[in-house]
Ligand binder design. Structure first.
Ligand code: GDP
Length: 196
């Protein structure tokens, strides 16, 4: 599947206002600053499809992109930003778990984690909710260029080991928007999800 023709469709203020639940979609989630926007831009070969965040935690919108008619990429707001009030965090987490449980068109969830500190609290919670709802997960260890090849490999193997705890269909790959390491693996997995 060629991701280059991907276009921006809309921004939704919350999950209830996403486009109709038909066709197929893949959601992208991660802590603020994990490299989610960069990954979306790299995947689609576009410099500015997803806005890379200079100020994490600003407006929490869900951005909807379309690769082809009826095949969407959903860019969920980054989480883990300390200044967001607890009540807002809790409301968002409830909405997110409901989305993972109820969205029929959702074929897979990509969780992006900085390779230098993977599996933080909310990452683990998301993984747990997704596998509990039988949603396949692709964990991307981002900014892989920040580690030397040896450390990268070790971290990848450890992260794959850690993923087993969650059961379910969880794939772990490393990724770098800078060097494009892992890009073919990401494209293969997303194509598989969108085309079946
Ligand atoms: P988001 O908040 O998850 O959307 O993260 P961004 O894509 O905005 O990236 C956050 C910061 O990490 C920015 O300063 C990016 O330039 C940097 N970054 C993103 N991806 C990579 C990568 O693969 N390698 C390196 N070295 N830096 C990256």
């Amino acid at each position: 599947l060629n991701f280059q023709p991907t276009t921006f469709i809309t921004s939704a203020p919350d999950i209830r206002q996403l486009p109709a639940d038909d066709g197929v979609e893949i959601a992208f989630a991660g802590r603020s600053n994990a490299g989610k926007s960069s990954a979306l831009n790299t995947l689609t070969r576009q410099r500015n499809l997803a806005r890379t965040s200079k100020t994490p935690g600003r407006t929490q919108l869900i951005n909807v992109f379309e690769v082809l008619p009826g095949k969407r990429l959903i860019d969920l707001p980054g989480y883990g930003y300390a200044k967001v009030p607890l009540a807002v965090k809790e409301k968002w987490q409830r909405a997110l778990s409901e989305y993972l449980e109820k969205r029929d068109s959702l074929r897979g969830l990509v969780i992006l984690m900085d390779i230098r500190h993977p599996y933080r609290d909310v990452d683990q919670e998301l993984l747990h909710w997704a596998t509990a709802s039988d949603i396949p997960v692709l964990v991307l260890l981002t900014k892989a260029d920040k580690l030397k090849p040896g450390a990268r490999k070790t971290t990848l193997l450890q992260a794959r080991e850690a993923a087993l705890v969650f059961g379910g269909d969880v794939t772990v790959e490393m990724f770098s928007s800078l060097t494009k390491i892992g890009l073919p693996q990401v494209e293969a997995k997303l194509s598989e999800w969108l085309m079946t």
